[in-house]
Design a protein around this ligand. Structure first.
Ligand SMILES: [Zn+2]
Length: 353
């Protein structure tokens, strides 16, 4: 005891060579080690805790520097906050019509050419519908199921630290055209927008900060309009007239200009803007609204079914109805009568309830 209690004074000048034959030396070293442990506990413990927290927490995305889309056409629109039930609840509309298989991981799977894949859009549709169910029925088991799916899909996603992209790991002939083949991996602005919507909802429901961090990283993919040669994960571009497009099928610069996918993405960007309220989230949303307002008449077919896309001008009665519902929602968000007039014009052109 004496040796230990006298230790601190002995070793103030620093450690000395231990002499195994000198009992006082051994006592002194023991005291030094005890002191070292004490110092280490007091000094290093907070650092260790921070390191462990850093390992456990999702690294946040770097903040955006300066305004995004500096060269884009951006008109002013009012943006009203809507409750979710005030908008078209397409995810509820999917309930009961989405039987799905799961793989060994528990995630819904699609079988394509005999191979199992995690389909980013199909999974997010099922997840949003399941989340709606969990909210309507207060079913926390369903909520936890969606959370497990989401964690796994984020784990499987492609990231560079600042962005998260949900890849299609299978090829796809757009409209069935072999000439319009999308080579895997490819990325879709529609999938990015709907995952953004899901992550915003999960954050609002659970308060779990991971969902906010993941949402930020998904949002960042909408701010990068470099060509696919510079960013193979690009899902948006600015056309030669300065209009900002979110691309459901970017197809390495051969833009499809898909109407419904763009407006689905805008829904996610709107939900995220309502959560985050920054100049950049609002600018992206307004840039998208500006483009929709400019180009909606180009999708219209007077007296007929609207075009699914401007590149191929294919037509689909199912998507014509979706266009009408989406335009109606944009009217509710902005109260700009243009969108309601256009929804009504589309409906007058063709309506098959
Ligand atoms: Zn097309």
């Amino acid at each position: 005891m004496t040796g230990r209690s006298s230790g601190p004074n002995r070793w103030r000048g620093g450690p000395r060579e231990a002499n195994p034959e000198d009992p006082s030396s051994r006592v002194g070293w023991t005291a030094a080690i005890d002191l070292y442990k004490l110092w280490a506990m007091r000094s290093l413990a907070p650092i260790l805790v921070l390191v462990l927290m850093g390992c456990a927490a999702e690294p946040v995305a770097p903040a955006l520097t300066g305004p995004v889309l500096p060269t884009a056409q951006v008109d002013s629109f009012a943006v009203y906050h809507l409750q979710r039930y005030e908008m078209w609840d397409w995810s509820s509309a999917l309930q009961g019509v989405t039987p799905y298989s799961v793989d060994a991981t528990g995630l819904p799977v699609d079988t394509i050419d005999g191979v199992l894949y995690h389909h980013p859009i199909h999974i997010v549709h099922i997840a949003l519908a399941t989340l709606s169910n969990s909210q309507v029925h207060g079913d926390t088991a369903l909520l936890h199921l969606v959370e497990r799916w989401t964690s796994q899909m984020v784990q499987e996603a492609d990231t560079d630290g600042a962005t998260i992209s949900f890849p299609y790991r299978f090829g796809f002939d757009l409209h069935g055209y072999a000439s319009e083949h999308m080579s895997a991996p490819w990325y879709s602005g529609m999938a990015q927008g709907q995952w953004l919507e899901l992550l915003v909802r999960l954050y609002q429901i659970t308060g779990d900060a991971r969902y906010r961090v993941w949402a930020d990283k998904v949002f960042h993919t909408f701010t990068d309009v470099r060509p696919s040669t510079q960013n193979p994960r690009t899902v948006a571009h600015i056309d030669s007239d300065g209009y900002y497009w979110v691309d459901e099928y970017p197809n390495r610069g051969r833009y499809d200009l898909t109407f419904n996918g763009f407006m689905f993405a805008l829904r996610g960007l709107y939900e995220y803007d309502q959560l985050v309220h920054t100049a950049n989230t609002r600018r992206i949303l307004l840039a998208g609204l500006t483009t929709i307002k400019r180009y909606a008449p180009s999708f219209r077919v007077i007296g007929g079914i609207s075009y699914y896309c401007l590149r191929h001008k294919v037509q689909s009665a199912k998507y014509h109805t979706i266009h009408i519902l989406q335009l109606h929602d944009l009217y509710k968000v902005t109260r700009d009568p243009f969108f309601e007039d256009m929804a009504n014009a589309f409906k007058a052109d063709y309506w098959a309830p």
